[in-house]
Write a protein that binds this ligand. Structure first.
Ligand code: FFO
Ligand code: ATP
Length: 232
């Protein structure tokens, strides 16, 4: 009998896993994908609502709230001598934390700004203090003109929204979560926002990392161990 005449066989048995419920194989099933799509759609709408709401606040109210939040944060972080504190350059109605950066310098701390290196990658932090030159980064966000990467001890994270477990809703780039996940030594993360930016839940997903505390103009929210992840 010639080789070609032998009945055909397979190197391995045919795989029928695709015909079985993905959950059985430990894979995310269509339901999970649908849920993630729904959460993403909800987050997009919620971001738009919260940003519009804070932009509608009178400028003087935003300013007063920013000052009140900064005073609480300075109180919360205490002695900053020799420590690196990262904040941000404000846009889209975020509380103006530029006076805060100056206050940290005056108290003997060093200050830094976050820098988007590329979409989908962790942020970098670069030392910068009041008065030093800035250039334009991704999305035209001002960044230090002279690169000087650093590892902050404290990160001030502006929120678009936050919940009682101190989960953060940002602008949708996933930057802070990606950055914190990649850092071997976790900084202290202080979320800051207006009290009106509080929502019941951000529907936290596995990649979402809660902040240590959230400071608003009316108070300080600390997550309770029992509530973190209880909503996932
Ligand atoms: N003032 C400030 N600076 C910051 C941050 C911040 O939250 N506030 N960031 C904190 O992370 C980083 C910038 N993060 C950003 C993330 C997304 C978009 C943005 O414009 N996103 C698109 C939609 C993205 C998407 O859905 O894929 C948009 O809004 O059109 C802008 C900045 C670093 N610098
Ligand atoms: N550690 C991570 N690794 C890979 N992807 C991530 C990580 N963290 C977040 N992402 C992705 O980033 C995207 C946006 O995430 P999310 O909705 O949490 O953004 P955000 O926190 O609002 O944004 P930002 O931090 O930029 O202000 C999601 O598709 C998410 O899967």
């Amino acid at each position: 009998m010639a080789d070609d005449d032998r009945p055909a066989t397979f190197a391995s048995p045919a795989c029928f896993l695709h015909e079985i419920d993905p959950a059985y194989a430990g894979l995310p099933g269509p339901l999970d994908l649908q849920a993630w799509t729904d959460v993403n759609r909800w987050r997009k709408a919620e971001r738009e609502r919260l940003i519009a709401e804070r932009l509608a606040m009178p400028a003087a109210t935003r300013l007063a709230c920013g000052e009140a939040i900064a005073a609480r944060v300075l109180d919360e972080i205490g002695d900053v001598t020799g420590r690196i504190v990262s904040a941000y350059w404000p846009f889209r109605g975020e509380p103006d934390f530029r006076p805060f950066l100056l206050a940290v310098t005056e108290r003997g701390g060093r200050t830094a700004l976050p820098v988007v290196v590329e979409k989908g990658r962790p942020l970098e932090f670069h030392l910068w203090q009041t008065g030093e030159a800035l250039s334009r980064g991704v999305w035209n966000i001002p960044i230090p003109a002279v690169p000087n990467p650093c590892r902050p001890d404290i990160v001030i994270a502006p929120v678009v929204g936050f919940d009682a477990c101190c989960y953060r809703l940002g602008y949708g780039g996933g930057f802070f979560d990606r950055t914190l996940a990649a850092m071997s030594q976790k900084p202290r993360v202080i979320g800051i926002g207006y009290s009106g930016s509080r929502i019941t839940t951000i529907y936290p997903q596995l990649h979402d990392i809660p902040m240590d505390v959230v400071v608003t103009e009316t108070g300080i929210i600390r997550p309770q161990a029992s509530t973190v992840r209880a909503l996932t």
